[in-house]
Structure formats: C-alpha cells, structure tokens
Ligand binder design. Structure first.
Ligand SMILES: *Cc1c(COP(=O)(O)O)cnc(C)c1O
Length: 336
C-alpha cells in the first residue's frame, strides 16, 4: 500500500478531506443498509431538526500504525457503547454497537493510505456522528437520522515538545445536574465556545469547570477529563455531569494494574487541589496533557507539568496503544 504523500510530522489538528466516509440513514423506523461514499457533503432541508434544535451527538477515536506495522484503533467498542448512551438521551435511534465497530473498520480500511506511519506521532482521527435530518418545526425529535463516520489525518499532539497548560477555574458552567454533561452532545460544545474564546483571549489554554450546583468541586475541562496525583495515588473527580472519558477509564486501569498505584474516583474539592503534585487533562487527542498551573481567581496553583507519575502513565498507555507493551484483552482492535 502506498501512503499519501503528506508531511505527517507537520500536520496540525484540522480537517483534511479523505477519500471515503461511511453513511447510514434511518428512515421509516429502521436503519437502511449503510456503506461507503466518496461524497463529503450533506444536503438537507433548511428545517432539518439538527439545524433548528441541535439534535446531534458525536464520538472521536483514532486509527494509527503500531510498531509492527499494523493499523489498529483503541477500544472502539467503548465509543460504540457511549454513542448508544448519547443517542438514548437525545431521543435518537441507536446505531447497533457491533455495526458501529464494523463501520469504523470499514472507514479506516478504505482510507488506509491516510493512516500515518509508526513513529510520526500523527494518526487518523475518526469522527462518528449522528443527526436528525428531516424537517421539524414543532419541538420534537426528528423521524429521520443520518449516521456518518469521516476520517481526517491529524498531526502529533506534542509537536516541538510538551508545553504544560495554564488553565483557569471558569465562572461559567458547562453542565447542569440532571442535564446532558455526561453524553457527547454537540450542544455541550456550542455553549462552551464563548468561554473557550474568552479563556484564550485572557491567556489561558482551557477552562476548568466546577459543579454548577455548589461550585465547590472540580468536574472537567471543556473537552477533557482531569486527573490529579498525590504520592502513589491517582485522584479523579466522580460526578454524574462529567463526560466518561475512555482515556481516563483506561488510565485508571493502567495505574492500578500496571503501575501498582492507588486509584480514587471521588468528589474532588476546589479547596484541596493545592495538595496535589501533578495534574493532567486526558482525552483521545493527547492521551494526557500536563497542567502546569491552575489559576483560581488570582490564586495560582502550580504543578510539576509532565512530572514523573504522569510521564509513567503516559508512557505506559502509549506503549500499550502502539503495541510495545502487551495490553489488556480487547483494547487493541486490529484493522489491517
Ligand atoms: C470526548 C470528551 C472527553 C474525552 O473522552 P475520550 O473518550 O477520552 O476521548 C472528555 N470530556 C469531554 C467533555 C468530551 O467531550
């Protein structure tokens, strides 16, 4: 297989149109047979439910080349399950979980020339998503839906070395109790855009959200979960309004089973975050981005950045993903 002629090491995180995407339509109460298409555009009515009432959710995962030259992706079954949860909460039809994984595999296979080589640090980002596509003006769910997966090559996250992030405790909220913070809905991002632009304008990389009911404990950032380290213990917030990160879940298992660490998933108080030595943000994009500083209204709380424990967690999970370390059964989905 001949790879596309791309400078993999210098790719950023932006949309690059690849050759094939997967499409399946839901009509008359059932999923039609899905398949690949070369058409990257979607045509729909001006009154489509997604355009008027934001009935949409998405997923994100990566395909990449391992040390022995295989193209794989990481735990796509968990993306399938999470998307099913998102669909149920958004009153959208679940795309069957086994078909989701098959569609991921089909999309990657068709775009194999776009999968970056081992060692480049780049990967092929996959974006499964679903939206209500028929015209809806009275407030109710759509009747017709489209499920799609496109692929786009993305560059190494830590280009030119790891820069620890500076983040702020946000004054705006991302999720309400009993709301939709725990599902991957586009609407959670729509309302965070104002705040992320404001954070960047004020010189911060990200917003750290606290719980909106009491504003006393830490939740997560706009697009990544948060972990803290104290001694040999990994501490991460437990809350019904956090998006359950697959990276975080995997890191907890790596900490316990590979590194012999203690793991605490519990409420994390804003008032205790100065007692941790390391802090990181976790998600598919970077695995872990180290945090150097959390700013809480003029008070700076400093961390070790890529400290020894976060480095070990990162190296171990990356090692498992890249096929250098034997992972738990089922973590690596071979594609070709
Ligand atoms: C997608 C997402 C994450 C990260 O989840 P991963 O499965 O690890 O990629 C964290 N927080 C939010 C709000 C997200 O949307």
């Amino acid at each position: 297989m001949e790879r596309k002629n791309i400078d993999w090491g210098n790719l950023g995180f932006g949309y690059v149109q690849t050759d094939w995407r997967y499409v399946a339509n839901f009509k008359n109460g059932q999923w039609e047979e899905g398949g690949l298409t070369a058409d990257a555009n979607i045509t729909m009515n001006e009154c489509a439910c997604v355009l008027q009432y934001a009935q949409t959710c998405f997923e994100g995962l990566k395909a990449y080349t391992t040390v022995d030259g295989k193209i794989v992706c990481f735990r796509p079954d968990l993306n399938a399950a999470r998307m099913a949860d998102s669909c149920r909460r958004m009153k959208m039809p679940v795309f069957p979980e086994e078909k989701f994984v098959e569609a991921v595999i089909e999309t990657v296979r068709a775009n194999a020339q776009w999968v970056p080589p081992y060692g480049s640090g780049a990967s092929l980002y996959l974006r499964p998503f679903m939206f209500g596509s028929d015209s809806i003006i009275g407030v109710k769910p759509a009747n017709e839906f489209q499920f799609r997966i496109f692929a786009t090559p993305v560059g190494p996250y830590f280009k030119g070395g790891v820069k620890p992030l500076t983040v702020r405790i946000s004054d705006l909220d991302r999720a309400a109790p009993r709301g939709t913070g725990h599902i991957k809905a586009g609407l959670n991002y729509a309302m965070s855009l104002y705040n992320i632009v404001d954070a960047h304008e004020q010189g911060y990389d990200e917003n750290v959200y606290v719980d909106s009911a009491t504003r006393t404990h830490i939740e997560e950032t706009g697009g990544a979960n948060i972990i803290f380290i104290k001694g040999n213990t990994l501490v991460t917030p437990k809350s019904d309004t956090i998006l359950p990160s697959i990276t975080r879940r995997s890191l907890l298992q790596v900490a316990k089973d590979y590194l012999g660490m203690e793991v605490e998933e519990r409420e994390v108080l804003l008032s205790e975050i100065d007692q941790f030595t390391e802090c990181g943000l976790c998600g598919t994009a970077a695995v872990i981005s180290p945090v150097g500083k959390i700013v809480d209204h003029g008070k700076d709380i400093s961390y070790a950045g890529m400290g020894p424990v976060i480095q070990k967690l990162y190296d171990t999970l990356r090692g498992i993903q890249m096929g250098q370390i034997e992972g738990p059964a089922g973590w690596i989905q071979e594609i070709c």
